[in-house]
Design a protein. Structure first.
Lengths: 308, 308
DNA sequence: CTGTTAGCGCATTCAT
DNA sequence: ATGAATGCGCTAACAG
């Protein structure tokens, strides 16, 4: 009987339904500790914005933060697995551990959304984030806006002590691919330098001799910019990622030319919004939400920009 | 008594409230006729997306379209003024007529949201759209990515028969301002050409002799691109607006270099979302929502991009 | 003007 | 299994 009613174009009133249900929807938010990490702070900001907006519809968030080491991650994994909830938002920083965690969590049969980087090869879970390869490809194009036709390009990798899911490698892949696809740009030469987060003092002038462009495939562009500024080296084009305060500082000074924005706030917001739509509204939701590759110059950066 | 309860941190349950109210919220949508106008079609797409999403919360839209002439506009004005509703979404194309209409409509004391262009000098109403001046300023910067250091820049205005609110003039203002603010860019020379929509056959080779860059301050960049392609003129940088199919075609061919996207879908969506938040949720809402200046290159254009 | 009550549409519980 | 009753939190109509 009920089935027949539902067939005939019946739409459940979601307000009445949730009122009658009178239940809270608990989402576990499983992220790296955000203190001192501007990027993750923005993610949280977006998540909190969603939390406030959806509170009235019964959404409650429970946070699980892990420090940037595997021990801390494993400890948090335990807690998350034990915690009873309706949905999970998850940022998989440590690849192998995250794969293992996902495998375990899947048994619970609870919707999972991944943000920032996607480790789910068979696309079982939802993903909100950027296409890392394509963003590198775009960076290649941006590097090709040359003042001279001859260009020496330096790819400068400043990596974290503890290695994590390597989005930046996909970016570099994409970067080279751009130049492979454009064989008319024959005059471009490439070199690479890798240093650790802790070894910033290793920067020296020799590294930049003859260099026209620097591509920093993560958020550390400001480190290169600061060094070049301190040594009064001008005319080097810098391309980086993420609107960290320090990056913006050098963008405004004209030292950094391009930043590709990942919209961390929007990522966080969309992650929660996905779970909300799926669980509360019970709507069909797109499984993958790619964040656009937003090119930020000095001229289109606005601090008070509203997301969503 | 009730007042005291409300004081003490009481939050009304908006679901129960709206269930009890059992009322529809009617929004009047007052726009130019969108047939054959891709930009306005996108606006409608965003509006419709919002309509579907908010339908369950009692939102109903009533459309009022006007053709691109003042007679049709005036006729629609009458209908809109007579129509009884809770909120208004309005695209003010004809400046003077729109000002008059607004003045009249204000008597109704119904929330108004303007999209696309803002004619409300004293900021009484909400606005969703771009900062036209700043977008021109950005276009200036994009023009400055020169292959050579000497540049002859052509500002190519292809205007509509009937003049409307002239967003493109503000863009040109911003464009020149960029070069005024950067006196190190002394080698840039400027010229302007204006033709009417109907006089496209007036394009000729002479117009482009010695030109390195063309700035088209509205969505007609494809007209210039098509002409240059047909005449095998290469190496001219073209900067324009809006992701029309024809613009995208030449972007992908590498004839157009940059397009500034106004995100018409997002504009439409946010316009309705504004009214929804204000009237249904009774939340405080920001009065002005600037759409980011999105720079689109071949490498970061994705057809299936999802907004909001 | 304050206090009470019916009912908005649905899910859950209890009774059939 | 199916049907009827209760209540989710609120608003509007009504009664005192």
């Amino acid at each position: 009987m009920n089935a027949i009613i539902e067939q005939y174009g019946y739409k459940r009133n979601i307000l009445a339904s949730n009122l009658a249900l009178n239940k809270k929807f608990h989402f576990a938010v499983f992220l790296p500790q955000y203190e001192n990490l501007e990027y993750w702070k923005s993610q949280i900001a977006g998540i909190e914005k969603a939390a406030v907006e959806f509170h009235k519809f019964g959404i409650v968030l429970d946070y699980f933060f892990y420090d940037f080491n595997e021990v801390s991650f494993k400890e948090s994994v335990k807690k998350v697995l034990e915690f009873d909830c309706d949905g999970l938002l998850f940022a998989p920083i440590f690849y192998e551990e995250s794969v293992r965690f996902l495998k375990e969590y899947e048994k619970k049969n609870i919707p999972i959304v991944m943000i920032d980087s996607n480790i789910d090869s068979n696309n079982k879970h939802a993903y909100v984030g950027q296409d890392a390869f394509q963003s590198g490809y775009l960076a290649g194009r941006l590097s090709s806006f040359a003042v001279k036709n001859e260009r020496q390009i330096l790819i400068f990798k400043i990596t974290r002590e503890i290695e994590s899911t390597s989005v930046y490698l996909q970016r570099i892949d994409g970067f080279y691919s751009f130049f492979k696809d454009h064989d008319e740009l024959t005059n471009f030469k490439f070199s690479e330098i890798t240093i650790k987060d802790s070894g910033i003092d290793q920067l020296n002038l020799e590294m930049f001799s003859g260099i026209n462009s620097v591509f920093v495939p993560n958020s550390r562009a400001y480190i290169v910019a600061r060094f070049l500024e301190q040594n009064s080296i001008k005319g080097v084009r810098i391309i980086g990622y993420d609107l960290l305060k320090e990056n913006i500082e050098y963008l405004n000074k004209g030292v950094i030319d391009f930043l590709i924005n990942q919209r961390p706030e929007e990522q966080g917001y969309m992650g929660i919004a996905h779970l909300y739509k799926k669980l509360v509204l019970q709507e069909a939701v797109e499984n993958t939400h790619y964040i656009p590759l937003e090119i930020i110059l000095k001229e289109n950066y606005f601090p008070a920009k509203k997301t969503v």
